[in-house]
Design a protein. Structure first.
Length: 314
């Protein structure tokens, strides 16, 4: 039996590529789940801007890389662009009094045109361009090329997780959490809740912009439609992770985001590659809907079963 990473026959190698490809994508969407955790869980701010800020990050990074920028600087500018998009949504809500959900929809719609302007068309290819993945490719033998982005995204996700964890324990992070938990009490304590909302939504979309930039560099192209359904994927990752790891602390909640994203992508890969299920790429949205439904229902079902077992023991 060949080892897991030992060169082998084509069927097993395809299985390896599918597995590590799902892990790679799961790590990237873990960053999206971080952003959705900040907006939905910390701030209680339903934000659909992510469907626009995701391709915005990809577009900004791709255009700057083609213009000759260092890929890491281009990725940093993608984060800034995502934060700007999030700040617009928050300001529409805080300053103009527009309902948070409607404000995010308005920004998301506007970003479609912005993304077309940034890219100068519907897509930008990155073939033959140096990206953040290029250096990591040189670390491994050619037959293991599919592991290079996995290693890179493990490092990036771990760094972001630690930074977010530390931020949420800081004074500003605690103020942001208080704003989401009870805005009226937070204002009574002298917290500028409006500023916290702007900062939190901007940070959330900055993380989503980072994920979009990494996806574009990993897949070799940025496309204006690549953000469709990102909010659903992020929610599926967040809810699924919370079903596996109880978010009793900030660190556990952040870990749940990553674990949920990886489990979600592995479940998608299994469903699409299992011949016995007869599913294809056209069934992706159906699979997503089923996974999200299960992630929402199963924790409550588990609680009811445990309560019934407790009553029977009594």
């Amino acid at each position: 039996m060949p080892g897991l990473l030992q060169p082998c026959e084509r069927p097993l190698m395809l299985s390896q590529i599918a597995f590590f490809g799902a892990v790679e994508t799961g790590l990237i969407y873990g960053l999206v789940a971080f952003g959705i955790y900040i907006s939905f869980r910390v701030l209680d701010f339903p934000d659909l801007t992510v469907d626009g800020s995701f391709p915005l990050g990809a577009a900004v990074a791709a255009v700057l890389i083609i213009a000759g920028w260092n890929p890491w600087l281009a990725t940093g500018m993608a984060i800034v662009a995502g934060m700007a998009a999030g700040a617009v949504t928050a300001l529409l809500n805080v300053k103009l009094g527009i309902l948070n959900l409607l404000a995010s929809i308005l920004t998301m719609i506007a970003l479609y045109s912005v993304n077309l302007r940034v890219m100068g068309g519907p897509n930008v290819p990155l073939l033959m361009q140096d990206t953040v993945v290029t250096w990591w490719d040189s670390l491994l033998p050619p037959e293991y090329y599919f592991l290079a982005p996995v290693l890179l995204f493990v490092v990036v996700t771990a760094i972001v997780l630690v930074l977010l964890w530390r931020f949420m324990k800081s004074e500003i992070g605690l103020s942001m959490r208080a704003t989401g938990a009870n805005p009226r009490m937070a204002r009574a304590q002298g917290i500028a809740t409006g500023a916290m909302v702007v900062l939190g939504v901007a940070l959330s979309n900055g993380l989503v912009g980072l994920a979009g930039a990494l996806v574009a560099q990993s897949q070799g192209a940025a496309d204006v439609t690549m953000g469709v359904g990102v909010i659903v994927i992020g929610l599926a990752s967040l809810i699924g992770g919370e079903a596996v790891i109880s978010p009793t602390s900030v660190l556990r909640a952040l870990l749940a985001c990553v674990v949920g994203a990886i489990i979600y992508r592995l479940a998608i890969a299994f469903a699409l590659n299992a011949d016995v299920l007869g599913l294809g790429a056209q069934d992706l949205n159906l699979i997503t809907a089923i996974l999200v439904t299960l992630a929402i229902v199963l924790p409550g079902f588990r609680t009811r079963v445990q309560a019934r077992m407790t009553r029977n023991k009594a």
